[in-house]
Design a protein around this ligand. Structure first.
Ligand SMILES: Cc1cc2nc3c(=O)[nH]c(=O)nc-3n(C[C@H](O)[C@H](O)[C@H](O)COP(=O)(O)OP(=O)(O)OC[C@H]3O[C@@H](n4cnc5c(N)ncnc54)[C@H](O)[C@@H]3O)c2cc1C
Length: 404
């Protein structure tokens, strides 16, 4: 699976080009990953390279100069990028996935949407959504947001603190979820960096250290009337449950990232096994049965996770009318990928042995990075519960039909 021609998930020339670009960028980012991880710094130069290569416009509609990538193509691009640096891939993944989601949902005010898409293409503007909070936790749990949007003349004043604000060092604008008091609803607002907006540099974590996921602090940050983005002609909420919602499809950038990191760990370990010849053996350790067992287990995990990931992305692309029923499978693709990634990196380190602990090798960083996947949405317990509920509902419907 090292060469593109051997990857069964690269199906045509366009996908080949997308994969090749990510491979080239990944090779450069891999050289810088260790230093940013060690120092906890944000890889600004990687984002200049992404901008220059045209990567940032991957999911922008063709009508505005973008590549209008499908979900499948986005997954392909992200997986290969993550082979070089997981942090950069996850961070830019929020940007390109949010643009894909905007394209599907069409919930932004039209002018703001067109203007922003053009800015992405012409200037390399970027975006991310900030919804996590200290006392609300993961927004996927649906708790009431503590960040408030208070009505003022011509718009709203936003106040609150957002945690895990990935990409914030390089963003000039972002979207924020906030509780709109006068309406008793959850709103989404387009916020520009400026008065009332500051960054508290809190991000100092075990893994994904280069994502710049600091706290965002809002103190009466003004958002004008026409830059509230979730109630455009009433479509924002109405879109949920229709083909105009992505039903969590865009979140597949997350499993793509973690499986990409695992793939890189697999490549490293297999190469090591083929080249390492301890003096106690006549040949490389790759000839030993216990090493082959571990390599085989890695292949099994990787092929299974990738097959599920790409098949669900392909289904989502081809069958828009079925998206509403695909949430459990979309979640499963993420759960399988992130848990497989943990097992693959662990096995890779067992193959390499004690030197895998060295900070001079990439494996210990990958080991820490894949751990973060457990805490990106959707969480494992939610996915398992969704699958269980659907199975029980199916059986109940069958029972009712046979009784009826
Ligand atoms: C590298 C990284 C980048 C991220 N980037 C972003 C970003 O750009 N934007 C953004 O908005 N967020 C981002 N996040 C945040 C992420 O989406 C989660 O909000 C965050 O990881 C906290 O999730 P949690 O489950 O640990 O938190 P909590 O929801 O606080 O959960 C803590 C514990 O309580 C349990 N728990 C809490 N509530 C419930 C419940 N209702 N039912 C069952 N169990 C519950 C959880 O299972 C967990 O064990 C990022 C996270 C990471 C790790």
């Amino acid at each position: 699976m090292n060469s593109i021609s051997l990857d069964p998930f690269v199906r045509n020339e366009r996908e080949n080009n997308i994969a090749s670009r990510s491979d080239s960028l990944a090779a450069i980012f891999a050289q810088r990953a260790s230093i940013h991880d060690r120092e906890g710094t944000f890889p600004f130069e990687n984002f200049s390279d992404l901008r220059e290569s045209g990567y940032l416009k991957l999911t922008v509609p063709e009508a505005f100069g973008g590549d209008e990538a499908s979900l499948y193509e986005m997954v392909l691009a992200q997986e290969r990028l993550a082979k070089g640096d997981g942090s950069t891939a996850l961070a830019v993944g929020w940007h390109i996935s949010q643009i894909l989601q905007m394209r599907i949902k069409q919930s932004w005010p039209r002018e703001l949407y067109i203007d922003f898409c053009k800015k992405v293409v012409q200037e390399g503007a970027m975006i991310n959504q900030f919804a996590s909070e200290p006392s609300t936790g993961s927004p996927s749990r649906g708790g009431r947001q503590q960040t408030t949007a208070v009505r003022t003349e011509g718009g709203w004043l936003l106040t609150g603190r957002k945690t895990f604000s990935s990409l914030i060092p390089v963003l000039d604008q972002f979207t924020v979820t906030a509780y709109e008091e006068s309406e008793d609803t959850l709103g989404t607002f387009f916020v520009r960096k400026g008065p009332g907006v500051s960054i508290d540099e809190t991000w100092d974590t075990l893994g994904m250290r280069g994502t710049g996921s600091h706290d965002l602090v809002l103190t009466d940050a003004f958002v004008p009337e026409d830059e509230r983005i979730d109630n455009c002609e009433g479509r924002g909420e109405a879109a949920v449950g229709s083909v105009m919602s992505d039903h969590g499809g865009a979140l597949l950038h997350i499993p793509a990232c973690y499986i990409g990191i695992a793939w890189a760990a697999r490549d490293f370990a297999v190469k090591f096994a083929a080249g390492y010849r301890p003096s106690s053996l006549p040949g490389p350790i790759a000839e030993l049965p216990h090493i082959q067992q571990k390599i085989g287990e890695i292949e099994s995990e990787l092929i299974t996770a990738r097959t599920l990931l790409y098949s669900i992305a392909d289904r989502w692309d081809r069958l828009p009318a079925e998206r509403a029923t695909m949430k459990p499978e979309l979640g499963l693709a993420k759960t399988v990928a992130t848990n497989s990634a943990l097992r693959i990196v662990d096995l890779a380190m067992r193959i390499v042995g004690g030197s895998s602990l060295s900070r001079n090798l990439p494996l210990e960083r990958m080991y820490r990075d894949v751990r973060a996947g457990l805490h990106n949405p959707p969480m494992d317990d939610s996915v398992i519960l969704m699958l269980a509920k659907r199975a029980i509902m199916d059986v109940n419907e069958d029972n009712n039909e046979s009784i009826g």
